[in-house]
Write a protein that binds this ligand. Structure first.
Ligand code: FES
Length: 142
């Protein structure tokens, strides 16, 4: 292989890797935020979704008192969906990839509504009501 051909192939390969990393939603990164627990409510701020003038589709909320994190999807300015990131198959912590949650243990997938998309899990994720009070999002853990 000539030098020029080698450089062209390497350049095209690098462009392919760059393009695929931009297109894969799982590579976009997940924002983790700390929630405050008061009574039976876990609270975060609506601004936790802000990212360079736009809103993230989801954030993952953590608190030392929680055994599993909770993902909160922003479906609209007053419409949020909160799901416990615990696989209903055998309890492995889930990962968020774009508009679904995946289990790294045996491959179950869940929709952002918490419904099973692919097994072996056969029941929906635990979900929590989200109440918006001004800029505070209160996740009802009761
Ligand atoms: S623990 Fe999640 S699929 Fe088995």
């Amino acid at each position: 292989m000539e030098r020029r051909e080698f450089v062209m192939k390497c350049g095209m390969g690098c462009l392919g890797v760059l393009a695929s990393s931009l297109l894969l939603p799982g590579c976009a990164g997940t924002r983790y935020v700390s929630g405050n627990i008061q009574g039976s409510f876990l609270s975060i701020n609506e601004d936790d979704f802000l990212n360079e003038g736009d809103y993230l589709k989801h954030v993952v909320v953590q608190n030392d008192a929680l055994q599993y994190p909770i993902v909160v999807f922003r479906l609209g300015s007053d419409n949020y969906q909160a799901l416990l990131m615990k696989c209903t198959h055998q309890g492995t912590e889930l990962q968020v990839f774009g508009d679904r949650l995946q289990c790294p243990a045996h491959g179950s997938e869940f929709t952002i509504s918490g419904n099973v998309q692919n097994g072996p899990a056969d029941s929906a994720l635990r979900s929590f009501p989200v109440i918006k009070e001004f800029k505070t999002l209160k996740i009802d853990l009761s």
